[in-house]
Write a protein that binds this ligand. Structure first.
Ligand SMILES: [Fe+2]
Ligand SMILES: [Fe+2]
Length: 269
């Protein structure tokens, strides 16, 4: 089985970078796992990638910025694909403050992470990073209660955490490069996997949370699990709106898993 892979960091626009990786998901395709970096007056790293890619992730960060210059590390939520390299980063970024919520801070503590400098922020509140502001926004879909996306009014980029992720067939540099059917199916499936509660929700309340993203009028949606999506907000919102009515996700059980593994062994023989 192929493992996770780090890709070359790329400048998205201006001072905003993507640190992209991909994670093969057996039987389901490939998931992007992105961190982002805003290389402004007070540089902000948004998420810290997967621990399994520690050396490659650190190399990727260092190729864009000296980690010691980082002033803020915005943690969208405390899942392992978002906080995997928080400690190695902090070890090289002594002046960085970790931005999270009270709950996120608690969960990082439970993970054994000793955070020397924390800055607690709730959805609706704004971080002032040396004149550059980031607004904390709770995205419509999420898998952890502490989830906080970030909206950058300067660039109109919306860093949406797990929301708007999609299972793909292959890595892509832009969401625009993904075949429309693949994007729709991949986004709906990912949303049912990541947010199984979508099947139990009040549709009116969910529609309001989708409208709140539309009202942000983001120039690009920068998900943790999708290549950058410029000018595609309506498309992504329409796909996400379909998720509550899609087939609920049920993972392979032991028998199906053994069959999957046997199939993969045959393929690789
Ligand atoms: Fe997550
Ligand atoms: Fe995630």
């Amino acid at each position: 089985m192929n493992g996770p892979r780090m890709h070359e960091p790329r400048k998205i626009a201006g001072d905003t970078w993507i640190l992209p990786a991909s994670l093969p998901v057996p039987g389901a395709g490939l998931l992007s796992v992105n961190a982002y970096l805003i290389d402004g007056r007070e540089p902000i790293l948004i998420d810290t990638g997967m621990l399994g890619l520690r050396d490659d992730f650190m190399r990727a960060v260092r190729s864009v910025i000296a980690p010691a210059e980082l002033r803020w590390i915005w943690i969208t939520h405390a899942d392992p694909d978002h906080v995997g390299n928080l400690m190695p980063i902090l070890a090289e970024a002594p002046q960085a403050r970790v931005v999270t919520s009270f709950l996120g801070f608690g969960k990082l503590g439970l993970l054994g992470h000793d955070i020397p400098n924390v800055h607690l922020l709730n959805p609706g509140q704004t971080l002032d990073a040396g004149g550059r502001t980031l607004v904390s926004v709770a995205p419509p879909a999420f898998d952890a209660p502490e989830t906080a996306g970030a909206f950058d009014p300067d660039t109109q980029f919306f860093f949406s955490a797990d929301c708007f992720g999609a299972l793909l067939h292959e890595p892509a540099e832009s969401a625009m490069d993904i075949a429309p059917d693949t994007l729709r199916e991949g986004l709906v499936t990912w949303s049912t996997v990541d947010s199984p509660w979508l099947h139990r929700i009040d549709h009116k309340a969910f529609d309001q949370s989708l409208a709140a993203v539309r009202d942000l009028n983001p120039k690009a949606i920068l998900s943790g699990h999708l290549p950058p999506a410029f000018g595609m907000t309506d498309t992504l919102l329409a796909h996400l709106a379909a998720a509550p009515n899609a087939q609920p996700f049920v993972g392979p059980d032991q028998d199906a898993f053994e069959q999957m593994m046997a199939g993969m062994l045959t393929e690789n023989a």
